[in-house]
Every structure is written in C-alpha cells, then in structure tokens.
Write a protein that binds this ligand. Sequence first.
Ligand SMILES: C/C(=C\Cc1cc(O)c2ccccc2c1O)CCC[C@H](C)CCC[C@H](C)CCCC(C)C
Ligand code: SAM
Length: 231
Amino acid sequence: MTNNEVKTIFDRIAPVYDRLNDWLSLGQHRIWKEMTVKWSGAKPGDTSLDLCCGSGDLSFVLARRVGLTGQVFGVDFSPQLLEVAKSRTQSQYPRSPITWIEADILNLPFDDDRFDAATMGYGLRNVTSIPQSLKELHRVLKKGARAAILDFHRPSNPQMRVFQQWYLDNLVVPIASHMGVKEEYAYISPSLERFPTGVEQVEIGRQVGFTSVTHYPLMNGMMGVLVLTKF
Ligand SMILES: C/C(=C\Cc1cc(O)c2ccccc2c1O)CCC[C@H](C)CCC[C@H](C)CCCC(C)C
Ligand SMILES: C[S@@+](CC[C@H](N)C(=O)[O-])C[C@H]1O[C@@H](n2cnc3c(N)ncnc32)[C@H](O)[C@@H]1O
C-alpha cells in the first residue's frame, strides 16, 4: 500500500467512520481509547500529541486530561477525517485546546523534544514505515515523556484468533458493505496479518531508541497498547 492508497481509504470512510466504530465494537473502542490516554501519562498542563488522530477521539480524551492550561496537537493526513474532527470541536465547551494539523506522521512538522505525552490509535498498522513513524515519535518527545499506541493485534490463543477472524469476516465486512464501504473494511484483515506482533513491536521500539517499551494485550489479545518511554 502507498501513502496515497491509505489516505484514499480513510477519506472515503470519513462520513461513516465514527458510527461504524461504535456499532462494530459495541462502544468498546471508547474504553480502549480511555485506557490508552491514561497509559500515555498525560497530565494537566501538558503539551500532548495525537498521531493519526482521524476524527479526533483520542485528541478529545487528551484535551480533557491536559485541561485548558495544556495543549493537544492532532495530526493526520486525511483531510476528510480532519474535517470531521474540526466539526466535533465546535460542539465542545469549554473550548478544547486542540490544534488540527494535516501532515504525514513520517515527517512531523515539529522541533525535537517538544511533547510531554503522545498517543496513536489504529495508525501504526496503516503507516508505510513503522520504524520511521516511531523514530519521528521518539524525536519529538521530551526526555522522560511517554507514548501509548493502540491497535489491533492477532491473539496467540487459536480460539480467540478464530473468533477475531470470524467477527471481521461475518460482522465487520458485511455491516460495512451495507454502508457502502466494503473494500475499505475488508482491508483491516490483511493489514493485521502483516502487522508485527506485540513482541516484535517492542523490538522495533527499542531499535529506534526507546529504552522502556512494553506491549499490553487487551480483549484477550485481539487489541494491544504499546507503551514507550524516552529517556
Ligand atoms: C476503532 C477501531 C478501529 C478503527 C479502524 C482501524 C482501521 O485500520 C481501519 C481500516 C479500514 C477501515 C476502517 C478501519 C477502522 O475503523 C476498533 C473498533 C472497530 C472494529 C471494526 C471492531 C473490531 C472488533 C474486534 C475484532 C472484536 C471485538 C468483539 C467485541 C465483542 C466487541
Ligand atoms: C483507523 S484511523 C484511526 C483514527 C483515530 N486515531 C481513531 O483511533 O479512531 C487511521 C488514521 O491514520 C491516518 N494515517 C495513516 N497513515 C498516516 C500517515 N503516514 N500520516 C498521517 N496520518 C496517517 C489515516 O488518515 C487515518 O485517519
């Protein structure tokens, strides 16, 4: 997949993205996102970063955490999903401290050592270079700062694996098909097949310079959060 093909997928699904995530995860993705922000260590007054922010779910949770004395930068390369995020900001009160930036996370438009905390939700599996995305993340974090990265994961338990594949093939793709975005949702399964396991993600994190790296399985290993600290 090229960057442009990935961007096209997310631009196309933008109008139905939030609704489908709520339906297909039975609302559970909101809990996984809350946990991710907690694990990022973001606190009041922090300058925080949400990579591959899409329609902004994690950015809004970060904004609540850092409060009005903090700042959130949501970065994504899909103009259509960023439009959804911006439209959601308008309904926030008090005003969210969020700046939306259209950019490629493989080449972040920020100086070194800028952020106190960072998140990424369902972005790592979609980037064209995982090492480059983590290198950029490492570069822009301050020393001592933490990042938490949420994504799908292939469970090691064979029964959970069969259940996950069944769920994707028999619920996710048919419901997405009903909404006119079958091909886009059919892409989740092969992208997950190629995605490094938690153990492999930890190794890549170490290779790019993070000293403390742990992968936490969620939902019996069907999802996972990679937590990385820069020292
Ligand atoms: C918020 C979620 C996924 C975001 C997401 C990520 C992608 O890479 C995509 C690629 C292409 C199209 C869409 C997406 C996309 O939406 C996670 C929740 C949504 C999932 C589709 C639900 C998957 C659920 C688990 C496999 C099983 C959970 C079972 C439980 C009983 C709820
Ligand atoms: C599945 S969505 C996740 C959106 C949001 N974080 C969430 O959890 O709902 C993946 C996002 O990654 C973005 N993305 C993928 N590769 C990117 C890149 N190289 N630079 C910026 N955004 C990218 C896509 O545009 C899309 O919005």
